[in-house]
Design a protein around this ligand. Sequence first.
Ligand code: PMP
Length: 418
Amino acid sequence: AYRYDKSFELYDRANEVVPCGLYGHLGVGRARLNPMGCYPLFSDHAEGTYIWDVDGNRFIDYACAYGPNALGYQDPDVDAAALRQREKGNCTTVVSPVMIECAEKLVETLNCADWAFFAKNGGDVTTLAVMTARHATGRKKIIMMEHGYHGVYQWCQKPGTPGVLDEEICNNLYVPFNDFDAIEKMVKDHPGEIAGILSMPYDHISHYDNVLPKEDYWPKVRKLCDDHGIVLIIDDVRAGFRMDLAGSDHYFGIKADLLTLGKAIANGWNMAALVGRKEMRDAVEDMNYTGSYWLSAVPLAASVATLTKMKEIDATGIMRKTGEKLISGLKQVADANKVNLSTTGLPSLFKIILKDPDESMIPHQEWIGEMVRRGVYISHFHNMFTNTAMTDQDLQYTFDNADETLKMIIKKYPQILL
Ligand code: PMP
């Protein structure tokens, strides 16, 4: 099993000068205590579907940088396009025409897009989407899903988050995902007050099984929005391009008014975009919304190359097929070992949980920990992603690894046997 001596040494050094040492997914200040210390903390380099940590361990990376890695780390075509632009200029006073090319690509690619607006982070564009819905309707309230995640700006933080005022979130109305009646009731209870409904295309809730929408859920939500003049915002920052190149709204048979994109949009170069229907354009035009790096040319060039290549090779189809093979292979391993492995979500954006009768998640976490320590990087709480660089050999390594580690976990926790 891998050791992380250098990672831990670097963590101590980081902790001297960085609040928490490491923040975000790796443990919010408790990085070293992250489940059983099974995760590497610092990366040395990455290529294709692999990352190598500072201790020299190699991982098949099913976290895909939490979404951006769709074509493989350091995809040669995307990175060549970025470097070509780098030689000409990046962050300049006057913008490069590559901005137009990128907007044209997005309009051509996304079903609901009549225009595109660029920023850097997913949170920049979810914020712009909410501002746009409010300005377009002259209303204040936003219906959001209980488990939704839309970034770290104040308006979308959970109630009780340190530093966030009640006044900043008092116009958020929370409903459970997939509960159309709850949404309808919320709309009835607040007549003429709802500016927008904001949701991810399906529920990628952390720590639990993911939930797909009921068959008629999205069409019913779409109609409700039409009937009441509510702006429908699909947050596709995480799922974008992995289910349907034309947008996850298109995948579920509807057309969003506003759609947010980030992560896979430039295969890891820093880019996010809001796209939307022509009816929403005036509202966006009225706003003063920008950032120093938002129109930098290199990530825009990378995005054009990413969108072009994704279409050419049918990246979405490849990621789906890889996910299907992965999930069915893992299921086979679980069945052969007589344990219950739940697999939820869609194949290119999936969640696995090893079930135990007490629902303690302890065998699950230890199992994931053992896999990570043998070179298969899977998050113990977050949904996973596939990318187009994963090979059958990577999948076979994953199955062999899963089999070996499951046997260890069953010995320790025989109660998980069916
Ligand atoms: N929306 C969704 C659905 C996300 O998954 C994320 C990031 N995990 C965001 C918004 C925020 O994006 P960013 O972290 O780039 O601001």
